[in-house]
Ligand binder design. Structure first.
Ligand code: ADP
Ligand code: MG
Length: 245
């Protein structure tokens, strides 16, 4: 079973009188446990697609199957519930709360968690994640007191705090130097390999995309290449070409 399947997804933004079609019929699949890079020129619709995948927005038409359930028609509240339980986000600009400690930043999404946790449980979970991303000695630091790479590591810890199945990272290394980028990308690879986390990584940098198992290319709102995993990529034998489904 695919974790994610999009069928003919379209997204048109409406700006006053003007319709702006951005996604024009996107079909793709991502299996559980894949690490995929989404590549395309600026303005091609990558972030729009990530917003739909992350249940931040809904498509204008088409089907979004997530873990066996069609969710394109969910209300905003239902979408938020799916998002909080299933998806972790990482952004190019880190999106941490200013004047707020690393620990509090990581704890923040727990206030929307499905099961209510005690203050102590929240603190333990956030502390554990900050240790895991190598920031045990920076828990009380605010974002302005951290380097870019450290801020992104806080953001990664925050994205994991509700134990998501999917990590969506939109240009996560766009503001980082190449050595720090490499550290962050290794972290994604590690989460993918060791914990089976499904990762979708937006980038326009081939050096970044190299860290993925598959590259999906988007151009002008359409998938150019890589919409499905190559045969047998998830360890199962693929059906022979032409096999009736
Ligand atoms: P990318 O991430 O590949 O650079 P985006 O998905 O951000 O591309 O944007 C694709 C197109 O959609 C751009 O032309 C952009 O201006 C437009 N766009 C993105 N978000 C919105 C929005 N909320 N409202 C209207 N237009 C938007
Ligand atoms: Mg973008």
């Amino acid at each position: 079973m695919e974790l994610i399947e999009l069928r003919d997804i379209c997204k048109t933004y409406h700006l006053g009188e003007v319709d702006l079609p951005v996604l024009k019929g996107i079909s793709l699949r991502v299996a559980r446990g894949e690490l995929v890079a989404l590549m395309g020129a600026s303005g091609s619709g990558k972030s729009t697609l990530m917003h739909l995948l992350g249940c931040l927005d809904h498509p204008s038409s088409g089907e979004y199957w997530l873990d066996g359930r069609e969710i394109s028609g969910l209300s905003a509240t239902e979408r938020a519930r799916v998002r909080n339980r299933t998806i972790g986000f990482i952004f190019q600009s880190f999106n941490l709360l200013a004047r707020t400690s690393a620990l509090e930043n990581v704890m923040m999404p727990l206030s929307y968690a499905a099961e209510p946790l005690t203050d102590r449980q929240m603190k333990e979970r956030a502390t554990g994640l900050l240790k895991r991303v190598g920031l045990a000695d920076r828990m009380d630091h605010q974002p302005s007191q951290l380097s870019g790479g450290q801020q992104q590591r806080v953001a990664i810890a925050r994205s994991l705090v509700n134990t998501p199945q999917i990590l969506l990272a939109d240009e996560p290394t766009g503001n980082l130097d190449s050595r720090t980028s490499e550290e962050i990308l290794r972290m994604f690879q590690d989460l993918n390999l060791r914990e089976g986390l499904t990762v979708i990584l937006v980038t326009h940098d081939p050096e970044v995309a190299r860290h993925a198992q598959r590259i999906i290319r988007i151009k002008d709102g359409l998938i150019e290449d890589g919409a499905t995993a190559p045969a047998g990529a998830d360890g199962r034998a693929a059906a022979p070409a032409g096999d009736p489904a």
